[in-house]
Write a protein that binds this ligand. Structure first.
Ligand code: ADP
Ligand code: MG
Length: 244
C-alpha cells in the first residue's frame, strides 16, 4: 500500500509498506507512544530539537517498531537523529557485550560528525559510541575482548571490511541489533560491485537478527531495488520530491 501525506509545513511524506506506523508530529507524542526515556527527551531538547523534522516524524516510529526501513530525505533534514533516536532507545543502557549497533558512513568526516551527535544524544544514558582512528592502533585496540565497553560503532566500509578480514577478525559484530547504512546512495555509487560486496561481508558478520536501515539524500533506483530485495517487512519513506 502506498500512502501520501502532507505535514503542516506542506512537506510530502510518502510511505510504501504494510501496516506503516503513523507519523508522530511531536517528540512528546513519540515519548508517550513508545515510552522514550526522559533523559533522551532531555538530550533532544538540549540539542535544540524542539520538534521532529518531517523525516523524523515517520522514520522514528517505523524504527521504534523494529521495522526495516529505506528512508530518503534531503540533505540537512535531520536524518542522523532519525536513526539515532530509535537505536539509542532500543540499546537502552550499556551491557558490556560489545557493539550492538553499527552505523556505516561513507567518509571519516561524516563518521566523526555522527559520533558527536551520538555522544550528545547518549549523555546520561551511559551508552558509548566509537569510531576508528589510526589503522594499526585499531588492530590492537579492537580485538573483540577490548571492544566490550562500546555499544555503538560508527565506521567507514573500507576500514570495517579490512578489520573483519583479519585472522582472527579484529572487530566482532555478532551482537549487532541495528545496522544503519547512512548516505547509502553515495555508498552504492562507489564502483560497479564495490559496496554491494562490502555490504554483504558486513551483513554476514552481523548475524541473522540484525535489522537494517538505509538512509539517503536522493532516491536512487539502485538502493530502492536493493532494499526491496533484501529487507523483509520493509517500509520505504520518502520526504519531498524524488530527485534522482
Ligand atoms: P541530514 O543527515 O539529513 O543531512 P543532519 O542529521 O546532519 O541532516 O541534520 C542537519 C542539521 O539539523 C543538524 O545541524 C542537526 O543538528 C539539525 N537537526 C536535526 N534534527 C533537528 C530537529 N528535530 N530540530 C532542529 N534541528 C535539527
Ligand atoms: Mg546525514
Amino acid at each position: 500500500p502506498e500512502n501520501e501525506k502532507s505535514s503542516a509545513k506542506q512537506v510530502k511524506i510518502k510511505t510504501v509498506g504494510d501496516n506503516v506506523p503513523p507519523a508522530l508530529s511531536t517528540f512528546d507524542l513519540m515519548k508517550k507512544t513508545y515510552s522514550l526515556s526522559p533523559v533522551l527527551m532531555e538530550n533532544l531538547n538540549k540539542s535544540g530539537y524542539t520538534e521532529p523534522t518531517p523525516i523524523q516524524t515517520q522514520a522514528i516510529p517505523v524504527m521504534l517498531q523494529k521495522r526495516q526501513i529505506f528512508a530518503c530525505a534531503p540533505t540537512g533534514s535531520g536524518k542522523t537523529a532519525a536513526f539515532l533516536v530509535p537505536v539509542i532507545h532500543h540499546l537502552n543502557k550499556p551491557l558490556n557485550k560489545g557493539f550492538r549497533a553499527l552505523i556505516v558512513s561513507p567518509t571519516r568526516e561524516l563518521a566523526k560528525q555522527t559520533l558527536r551527535e551520538c555522544t550528545r544524544l547518549c549523555e546520561g544514558i551511559g551508552l558509548r559510541a566509537h569510531t576508528f582512528t589510526k589503522i594499526n592502533k585499531d588492530k590492537e585496540k579492537f580485538n573483540p575482548k577490548l571492544a566490550q565497553k562500546f555499544d555503538i560503532l560508527i565506521a567507514t566500509p573500507n576500514r570495517l571490511v579490512f578489520l573483519l578480514q583479519q585472522e582472527p577478525p579484529a572487530v566482532e559484530l555478532d551482537n549487532i541489533e541495528w545496522l544503519i547504512i547512512d548516505e547509502s546512495d553515495k555508498l552504492f555509487e562507489t564502483g560497479v560491485r564495490g559496496f554491494r560486496d562490502q555490504l554483504a561481508t558486513i551483513y554476514k558478520a552481523c548475524g541473522p537478527n540484525a535489522k537494517r536501515a538505509m538512509f539517503s539524500a536522493t532516491y536512487t533506483v539502485e538502493v530502492a531495488k536493493w532494499s526491496k530485495k533484501n529487507l523483509d517487512g520493509l517500509v520505504a519513506v520518502t520526504v519531498g520530491n524524488r530527485n534522482t
